[in-house]
Design a protein around this ligand. Structure first.
Ligand SMILES: O=C(O)c1ccc[n+]([C@@H]2O[C@H](COP(=O)([O-])O)[C@@H](O)[C@H]2O)c1
Ligand SMILES: Cc1cc2nc[nH]c2cc1C
Length: 319
């Protein structure tokens, strides 16, 4: 093909060659999504358009294969796994594997108290690393990171503000669709949380303790471990990207192993992507979460692989 003709598909193909250390890149046969689920104390303070009970109900929906992410994953041959790190429900009757890594029931309301104890943060980071190793052992060619948790755009925005030194007004978005009064409350909660955390925002793990949650810490541990093993990751919306930013603060350069599946509607996600130097593959106005934007971008990555594997070289053309 003429130089430059493949545009962003060419860039993605080059990134895949680099992370795989292979030219042409190998096919993305075994693509695996992990959805990190948890509840958040702030959800009881008017920051979401939905009640916290939706989180547990959605975990059951992922297990039943009926959520948006399941539909996209089935369409694109992506394996889905959901894990409860901090859902405020015992999830009786849900398979043990889903609950095996649970750290606590709901994380703290970050404007009033720490999200986690330091010990819980370490446990969640270690759980995420364990989960990544399990997915890598299952033969993952590409890992995806998704999230489920009513209220989780509040701690995720706080993590981005802490990392970038920005005020709440610049990072806070509408999440599931709060009205103007909800947005004002949410912004006040994020600012109060940042003020409460103080100088601890200079350290990424202390930031997770003060402003994160069990599910966000586990997702961070998962991304760090994938990068340490040299397994590429396709990121989703705000939660995945806030965790990627935290992972890159902990292990500078980790973001080399990450690509951005899509641009979400949350301002903090775009700010974090810019800081990481990542350009999203898709921009569809999607704000579902669950890993949906990452799964939707998988066919684009597979298109990039096909172009490098299956196209003749110019010198092979007759005439
Ligand atoms: O991925 C995103 O950027 C995104 C943006 C808005 C909402 N969400 C999803 O909606 C939930 C959080 O929204 P909220 O308003 O309750 O903070 C959570 O389950 C996320 O998966 C996800
Ligand atoms: C129904 C519903 C599905 C979701 N998936 C991710 N976040 C969500 C929030 C709600 C409310």
């Amino acid at each position: 093909t003429p130089p430059g003709a493949l545009g962003r598909l060419g860039d993605l193909a080059v990134w895949l060659c680099a992370v795989q250390d292979a030219v042409p890149p190998r096919e993305l046969t075994n693509v695996r999504l992990v959805i990190f689920a948890g509840d958040h104390g702030v959800a009881r303070h008017g920051v979401s358009a939905y009640p916290p009970a939706i989180t547990a109900a959605m975990v059951r929906t992922f297990v039943a294969g009926r959520a948006g992410a399941n539909a996209l994953a089935a369409a694109h041959g992506v394996h889905v796994r959901v894990l409860d790190l901090g859902v405020d429900d015992d999830l009786d009757g849900v398979p043990d594997d889903v609950r095996r890594h649970k750290v606590r029931r709901s994380s703290g309301a970050i404007h009033l108290e720490d999200a986690l104890t330091p010990q819980q943060a370490r446990a969640a980071l270690a759980a995420g690393a364990d989960i990544a190793r399990e997915e890598i052992a299952a033969g993952a060619d590409l890992l995806l990171s998704g999230d489920m948790g009513i209220g989780n755009t509040t701690p995720a925005a706080a993590l981005v503000a802490a990392a970038l030194g920005l005020p709440a007004a610049e990072v806070t978005g509408r999440g599931t669709g709060v009205d103007a009064a909800g947005l004002a409350r949410k912004q006040a909660v994020v600012q109060q949380a940042l003020d409460r955390a103080g100088g601890r925002v200079d350290d990424p793990v202390e930031t997770l303790v003060a402003l994160g949650s069990a599910d966000l810490a586990a997702s961070t541990g998962y991304l760090l471990e994938a990068a340490r093993h040299g397994v590429p990751v396709l990121l989703d919306g705000l939660m995945a990207v806030a965790c990627a930013l935290t992972a890159d603060r902990m292990d500078p350069g980790a973001a080399f192993w990450f690509a951005a599946g899509h641009r979400s509607t949350e301002p903090a996600q775009s700010l974090a992507l810019a800081k990481l130097g990542l350009e999203p593959v898709l921009d569809l106005g999607l704000r579902l979460g669950e890993g949906s934007g990452a799964v939707a971008a998988v066919p684009v990555l597979r298109s990039a692989v096909a172009l490098l594997r299956d196209v003749a070289l110019l010198e092979e053309l007759g005439g």
